[in-house]
Design a protein around this ligand. Structure first.
Ligand code: PEP
Ligand code: CO
Length: 464
């Protein structure tokens, strides 16, 4: 039982040290990368003040429930599925996009639960995934330089001075749209979202094009059978048998936005980012002495750290020491994103460093961000073959290094876009012109996402 102080906030639980000299705004004393340059500081302060008074998007008990699930995944008892757009956009906060994205994630998670024979931790990259790191502050076109597009949280993608000017009002708009997204997702999940639980309603026409058609047919048939069996014995629709948990995540990049949603709650110890369940630190902002790591060390949320080929073992060890000094279970998820050509070289050493640090971690694979390339015409894409290869190598490398791959992080959509090449229908570079909708990174489409889930099941079975 926690001790309750006179302010109503609990004292720190046994074994947990209070982060020293930390406050929600202490990050402001550290060098900060990837932030927008607001011309009007007063307007920014006013927007963040208003934001800090709005109701939260998530609750501390949901965050603590997610920590428990991640702790179970660290113990090998769950698999984590995290997915969604590279960047959400304000104009795409609508019913059909949200429904389709949730649908594909739930269908994937059903295939995983059934195929891996373990529960899945489901985390969407949504309800706040509005800020993007960029390689340069400015973008130049035909001799004209304007601020880079940093995501709808900051500015607008059109290449005009007005659109690219960072606007603090967008922080409030992002919060409202995140709340609308959350609200709809919560209702869909609560309502059971019936057709997700009936494989006969899934669009599986792509299966015929897969070289693994027979194997995948067997998987979906047995999945359908077990869902029907559950219905028969319980006499209820499977969707209502047990409500599924669904969590949200985004890259906590824009620190004014995150700070404004960082709160204390009655009868709980510590500070929580109540703007999302699972914030992560992007690869470009993981400096040990930088503002982002400073911000993250003081919040109680479970957190993700993107780990790229540029991260050394010492750097990772120091991050774990700083972000999880008490070696708490359920606190750290390491999301490696190496690229299929580099993963064999870089991952084993990092696995060793994490193991030696003594901090429990959950390793998950992001096979997307190390495999981005441009076509001759300059279109950003990713090859399904490489994404699959990195995921498969990740399973193998963990297994041969006494570790375990505990989940995947994918950029995907429930729509029939053509942004990544390959997959069962073997999309070509020509197809990219047909339905390329992402303003930032290329995503797996509905079919490619389901195919990836089935490939994960296949690989997992092989590596057992
Ligand atoms: C992302 O996940 O969209 C992203 C920018 O990733 P990373 O920080 O790994 O490059
Ligand atoms: Co991305």
């Amino acid at each position: 039982m926690n001790n309750i102080s006179s302010t109503g906030h609990a004292a720190s639980p046994e074994g947990i040290t209070e982060p020293k000299d930390w406050s929600p705004n202490s990050w402001q004393n550290f060098p900060v990368l990837q932030q927008a340059n607001y011309a009007d500081r007063k307007a920014l302060d006013e927007a963040t003040r208003m934001l800090s008074e709005l109701p939260p998007l998530v609750t501390s008990w949901e965050i603590l429930a997610l920590r428990e699930q991640i702790a179970e995944a660290q113990a090998g008892k769950r698999f984590l599925l995290q997915g969604g757009d590279c960047a959400e956009s304000f104009s795409e906060c609508n019913s059909s996009l949200i429904t389709n994205r949730l649908k594909v994630l739930l269908q994937m998670s059903l295939a995983l639960v059934h195929g891996l024979e373990m529960p899945v931790v489901r985390i969407g990259r949504f309800a706040g995934q509005y800020a993007k790191p960029r390689s340069s502050d400015l973008e130049t076109r035909d001799g004209v330089s304007l601020p880079s597009y940093r995501g709808d949280l900051v500015n607008s993608v059109e290449f005009t001075a007005e659109a690219r000017n960072p606007d603090p009002q967008r922080l409030l708009q992002a919060h409202s749209l995140s709340a609308l997204t959350m609200n709809f997702v919560r209702s869909l999940v609560d309502g059971g979202f019936a057709d997700v639980h009936h494989t006969e309603y899934w669009d599986l026409s792509w299966l015929e094009h897969s070289p693994l058609a027979d194997e995948f047919h067997k998987l979906t048939e047995s999945l359908g059978q077990s869902l029907r069996f559950m219905e028969t014995i319980t006499g209820r629709d499977v969707g209502s048998v047990r409500r599924v948990d669904f969590f949200t995540s985004h890259e906590a990049l824009h620190l004014h936005y995150e700070q404004a949603q960082t709160r204390q709650v009655p009868r709980q110890w510590g500070w929580f980012n109540l703007g999302t369940h699972f914030p992560w630190i992007g690869m470009r902002t993981a400096e040990l002495d930088g503002a982002h790591v400073e911000y993250f060390r003081g919040i109680r949320n479970p957190l993700g750290i993107k780990v790229g080929p540029g991260m050394s073992g010492d750097w990772l060890t120091a991050l774990l020491e700083k972000l999880n000094p008490d070696r708490e279970a359920g606190r750290i998820v390491l999301i490696h994103r190496m690229g299929e050509e580099k993963i064999e070289q870089y991952l084993p050493g990092l696995i060793r460093s994490a193991a030696e640090s003594g901090s429990p971690v959950l390793w998950i694979s992001d096979p997307m961000h190390g495999n981005t390339e441009s076509t001759a015409e300059g279109i950003k894409t990713r090859r399904f073959r490489k994404i699959k290869r990195e995921m498969e190598l990740a399973f193998e490398i963990h297994q041969s290094n006494d570790s375990c791959l505990g989940g995947v992080h994918l950029e995907l959509t429930g729509e029939n876009v053509t942004e990544c090449t390959g997959g069962a229908r073997d999309l070509s570079e020509k197809d990219l012109k047909r339905a390329y909708k992402s303003a930032v990174d290329p995503r797996l489409n509905y079919e490619q996402s389901l195919e990836m889930a089935m490939l994960i099941v296949r690989k997992h079975a092989q590596s057992r």
